[in-house]
Design a protein around this ligand. Sequence first.
Ligand code: NAD
Length: 478
Amino acid sequence: MATRAQRQYIGGRAVAAESGKTLKVEDPSTGRTIAEVQHSGRADVDAAVKAAAAAFPAWSARTPGERSLALLKLADAVESRKRSLARAESANAGKPISAVGLEIDAVVDNLRFFAGAARNMEGKAVAEYLPGRTSMIRRDPVGVVASIAPWNYPLLMAGWKIGPALVTGNTVVLKPSARTPLTALMLGRIAMEEEIFPDGVFNVITGPGDDVGAYLARHPGVAMVSVTGDTATGKKIAAAASDSVKRLHLELGGKAPVLVFDDADIDLVAETMRAASFWNAGQDCTAACRVIAGPKVYERLVAAMADRIKTIKVGKTEDKSTEMGPLISEAQRKRVAGFVRRIDGKAEVVVGGSELRGRGHYYRPTLIAGASQSAEIIQEEVFGPVVTVQRAKDEDQILAWANDCRFGLASSVWTSDIARAFKVSKALQYGTVWVNDHFTLASEMPHGGFKESGYGKDQSMYALEDYTVAKHIMVRSE
Ligand code: NAD
């Protein structure tokens, strides 16, 4: 069996796990095994970190222009394989084929952005802050970066991580989620076959988080850990990293509030929620999952959202008309169903609220109205196709409830009053605030959280800063 399993990429070679162990990979829309990959062990992690460390001096010494060119080549190679990557991502992550192409486009755009942006990085202007001493600032790469990615956007999250890390001169060991390793392995193969990076600069290993990920994250040869995942995972990694004071980049959970004031365009809110709450079956850290409406628009909004949610086409991922696919696993479906079951009459299930019979881990698009602010469904990340709507008594309560949450990743404000939009945007404790919109991203703009959503930014120049260290050089100049 081990010989049939897809290889991992270490030091520029496609290799099997030392132990000979493999892992099965499933299509969540059928529950069938579609591939087998290597189950890395300590020896593989050691080899990948060693290869990355050996490649670091030469790679970090290259000019930004040379590293940028490599990233551009990778972007071109991904773009030219868009169809096969989209098919693999759709099958492995349960994404509708009609939607997944946008994610591949976003990866390409992101890599190209970082390729250009890295050539524009600047230190502070050289100046004499003390008499006879000239100071300058460099931004140096950190070293070997462990990039640990989640299952909800496997290739996109891999791209967000490796782009800024590699272009600034770091070397990378990428570990995708054990559920969704296929497109990361394709990325590794593309990079190897096209000789995009020198050997060891970009390594891909596969295996479960609790052993392989944990060992990688506390490896003494790793200088920085970048993880996108659950807040509980981020906390474990932060605790493990404290031993050797590793740098951390943590993109964790979310529970995005949608603040709908009484002067909002209700049809626009309902139409936007149809997509922003249910894209990727709601398995999105910025999903519009927690709508808080003013008293005058609450009833109308619940009705408008219910009408639209009922029209979402759930189906086979390869069917081009499908808008929503399955959840990633049976465990995730059970988890989502548990949240809805525990509402237990304390809120109204307006639409959905049940599993779909048949093969695959499908759950119906679900709308829940009237849950209390302290309810589990309001406070915890469900990570499924479930959106709540709450009625606030006034404007102050809309804002207070929005901020009453341990997460702080993304939010949106819906109003026709521009002054209110500015005032509320400032008061929200979230890393992104959309006004009269939700979900849209740009490679040039940062993505990252407040509070338990973590720290560090993806995308934008801020990510380039996160993957480098500011160094002060002071020269006696007189
Ligand atoms: P997860 O935490 O289970 O796994 C994420 C990655 O961490 C996987 O590769 C996993 O193998 C690895 N991992 C797990 N335990 C580990 C450990 N102890 N040490 C090292 N690595 C470990 O998350 P998931 O279920 O794959 O993804 C869903 C979560 O990701 C949600 O909470 C979601 O909000 C979050 N997410 C956040 C963002 C963001 O930008 N903030 C983006 C996407 C997803």
